[in-house]
Design a protein around this ligand. Structure first.
Ligand code: HEM
Length: 496
């Protein structure tokens, strides 16, 4: 009897394997190209030791522009060419309009009630509408012009006061400047410890990279506790909530005109909406977004732009001459002076092409099963759009690895390439709503830093020696701080 059971089992196993290996499997046929995988981790081991966007780009070179990666338990598709980005962000935009659930979204963004982490639906649509019509539109961005000018001018004076010829930590200066601009725009005034506040937000966003144990095993809640991530996020969340609560309770109930309102004023006004009132938690979650999405992205772009210009003295000199001509001997730069300065805009575009702050965008998630190019994509598949590879695709960009701002001369590319070959702000329904604000927060600081100072590396190092290694984090930043020596430049009638 026992013998029969053993033989029966052995036969069952044999039949199972014969069936599995000899019958062409329908699912297998419809799987996207992918590297070899190991149990439990899937393809994660291919990314260990790499900076994720570079590791993913290496894999895409071998497995193609539409590739599948199993990251732990998360089935992921990676799109690495303009052609496929266009297809997914147009034809399949609504299918991929969700965001995957994350611990940060749950804990810090009050159960995904902000904009960044919110699932696609009525709540998200309503917040996007407030964003486009009131928070981040061109008129609102313009209303913060004088505070940007004041903050930039104080930084110029602080650097001047620290003395020409002494090295300064420019990364820190830029970080403080952006924190001041964003907190004044958000709260209407500087807050006691804007840099500390910003550091807490940064710490939170750093924990949202998408490649740690909690992100790749979202259903294994015990790992979230064991890795310490849940505890860390909860601690940060409590600190942030107390800080924002204090700011809100100190905030005078105001009857300001729309051009004088801070971002917080706008959000608080919507608490009393008859149709769609915002809760206090949503107001706090959106404030978190403004800092989380709006500070590091601008900060790292200014840092990379100056780094690229240091490495390319020709472009640096060209930009400085144009800037100094543009201010025509005025003591202090105003935004009107640089609004038509195409070379400045092209330097920023080229920086964002080579160093998109979010090189894999923010992950999206498939809302319903679909078939792309004959491949079955199940519901809840995660989508990474590999903008890093797209922005450097040699089929669309000549000499793609080089920093050449002139490539944008007479080019219609604005914040998005017409063929989806340029996507630093993403695309489709979930593209960045803060592009105008972000660009304004980059242009004026960059213009000030380059107009009033010439910069060199400390200890007589040559420009080729500047380290350009990246560090993966909230936004891709320099691994080493940008330490440079400023030399104050007197501007006389626009001449150097
Ligand atoms: C250089 C500056 C910036 C860059 C490069 C940038 C880039 C991005 C990218 C790539 C995304 C994801 C888009 C996608 O999934 O397709 C995004 C989303 C977002 N950004 Fe920005 N951003 C910048 C500045 C800002 C600023 C200043 C704000 C607000 C103050 C902001 C607010 C947001 C929000 C709320 C989202 C989420 C949109 C959604 O999920 O519907 N961004 N940004």
């Amino acid at each position: 009897m026992e013998m029969t059971i053993v033989i029966g089992l052995a036969l069952a196993v044999l039949v199972f394997f014969l069936f599995k290996f000899l019958t062409p499997s329908k699912t297998k046929k419809n799987l996207l190209p992918q590297p070899w995988r190991i149990p439990i981790l899937g393809h994660m081991h291919h990314l260990i030791g790499t900076i994720p966007h570079r590791g993913v780009t290496e894999l895409a070179r071998k497995y193609g522009p539409l590739m599948h990666l199993q990251l732990g338990e998360v089935s992921t598709i990676v799109v690495s060419s303009p052609r496929w980005a266009k297809e997914i962000l147009t034809t399949y935009d609504i299918t991929f309009a969700d965001r995957p659930e994350t611990l940060t979204g749950e804990i810090v963004a009050y159960h995904n009630t902000d904009i960044v982490f919110s699932p696609y639906g009525e709540h998200w649509r309503h917040l996007r509408k407030i964003c486009t019509l009131e928070l981040l539109n061109t008129k609102k961005v313009k209303s913060f012009q004088s505070l940007r000018e004041e903050e930039c001018w104080s930084l110029v004076n602080e650097i001047k006061a620290s003395g020409s010829g002494k090295p300064i930590d420019l990364s820190k200066c830029i970080s403080i400047l952006i924190a001041r601009i964003v907190s004044r725009a958000t709260f209407g005034k500087g807050i006691k410890d804007e840099v500390g506040f910003r550091e807490i937000v940064r710490e939170t966003v750093q924990l949202t990279g998408g490649f740690d144990i909690a992100d790749i095993f979202p259903s294994k809640k015990v790992l979230h506790h064991l890795s310490g991530k849940r505890a860390k996020l909860t601690k940060i969340h409590n600190k942030l909530a107390t800080l924002i609560n204090n700011i809100i309770s100190d905030h005078p109930g105001s009857q300001l005109s729309s051009s004088q309102e801070s971002l917080l004023d706008v959000l608080l006004r919507h608490k009393d909406d008859a149709e769609f009132p915002l809760t206090s938690d949503t107001v706090k979650a959106v404030i978190f977004d403004m800092f989380g999405a709006g500070t590091d992205t601008s900060h790292v772009t200014i840092e990379w732009a100056i780094s690229e210009l240091i490495k390319c003295p020709r472009a640096m000199e060209k930009l400085q001459v144009k800037l100094r001509e543009a201010i025509k001997g005025k003591e202090r730069i105003q935004e009107e002076d640089i609004q038509d300065l195409m070379y400045l805009k092209n330097v920023i575009k080229e920086t964002l092409r080579l160093h998109p702050p979010l090189p894999l965008l923010i992950p999206r998630e498939c809302r319903e099963p679909c078939v792309i190019d004959g491949y079955d994509i199940p519901k809840k598949t995660k989508l990474l759009v590999n903008v890093f590879a797209i922005n450097r695709d040699p089929e669309y960009w000549k000499d793609p690895e080089s920093f050449i701002p002139e490539r944008f001369e007479n080019s219609p590319i604005n914040i998005m390439g017409s063929e989806y070959e340029y996507l630093p702000f993403g695309g489709g329904r979930r593209r960045c709503p803060g592009a105008s604000m972000g660009l304004a927060n980059i242009e004026l600081p960059l213009a000030n830093l380059l107009c009033y100072f010439n910069w060199k590396l400390p200890d007589g190092a040559s420009h080729e020696e500047l380290d350009m290694t990246e560090l993966f984090g909230a936004a891709i930043q320099r691994k080493t701080r940008l330490v440079l020596v400023p030399m104050f430049q007197e501007i006389v009638d626009g001449s150097r």
